[in-house]
Design a protein around this ligand. Sequence first.
Ligand SMILES: NC(=O)c1ccc[n+]([C@@H]2O[C@H](COP(=O)([O-])OP(=O)(O)OC[C@H]3O[C@@H](n4cnc5c(N)ncnc54)[C@H](OP(=O)(O)O)[C@@H]3O)[C@@H](O)[C@H]2O)c1
Length: 276
Amino acid sequence: MTAIPSPTITLNSGHDIPQLGFGVFKVDPDETERIVSDALEVGYRHLDTAKIYGNEAGVGRAIAKSGIAREELFVTTKLWNDDQTDPEGAFQRSLEELGLDYVDLYLIHWPVAERGTYVDAWKGLQAIAESGRARSVGVSNFQPKHLDAILAEGGILPAVNQVELHPAFQQWELRDYLGPKGIHVESWGPLGQGKYELNELPGLQGIADAHGKSVQQVAIRWHLQEGLIVFPKSSSKERIAQNADVFDFELSDDELDVIRKADQNRRVGGHPDEIN
Ligand SMILES: NC(=O)c1ccc[n+]([C@@H]2O[C@H](COP(=O)([O-])OP(=O)(O)OC[C@H]3O[C@@H](n4cnc5c(N)ncnc54)[C@H](OP(=O)(O)O)[C@@H]3O)[C@@H](O)[C@H]2O)c1
């Protein structure tokens, strides 16, 4: 099985992450093994799951069946909100579900700031990183105020912040805050979770037509050229393959600019202050 020619990004932990991966949010646990096997066959080597998705075991079975060497894979999972008071226990359960002895990246899924537990949870993730069982650790859905709170404690810098980011919601303010700190941005919902039509955005269909690609492929290419880490989800093998077929064209500076101007500050998922 040949890997897709995804570039890699070196995280501040020193570890490399394939910039294009495969996400499994809302992939039915009963279908996860088959769908992740399809993704591995297409050539994805970076998988993004979470305890709350309920499908870590299916991801693990697909990995085991694939015969792909562990070091060729990059696996991310996440600490669920209810487990912030016991990151070590939750992490061990995730490893068991996945059937792995380490993950490449472990993230705090949401700050759930009202609970007042994320700073201690972050200390737990640092201990896990120091033990080598997570090669890198990071956060998800953190705003600058949450990052400021964990950075004030010192210790390991989060490798990434995984946030909602797509052409209609480009998160420039947050990206400008994270960039100088060396914290990489991962885009969740990179296709807007299918909650709006990408071709509603001015210029996107024209760019897609000019390259003989779909608007989804243009969006994925845009994330890559913006330096973002991206892992679109699909349950269809055809679309899984389509989403990886983005390495034979390049968006021009003018096209990148057209997409940049299509930003509508339009969230399709939950606001971090409202998830508690
Ligand atoms: N940290 C967080 O809080 C958080 C939150 C959400 C997601 N995530 C992660 O980010 C990953 C990606 O985000 P997401 O799954 O929410 O949304 P997404 O990847 O933006 O969109 C997935 C939707 O787009 C459709 N789709 C995929 N490829 C397509 C194509 N080529 N043409 C047309 N439609 C296409 C899929 O339908 P089909 O399946 O029918 O193809 C599905 O409905 C997740 O799987 C998860 O790993 C993290």
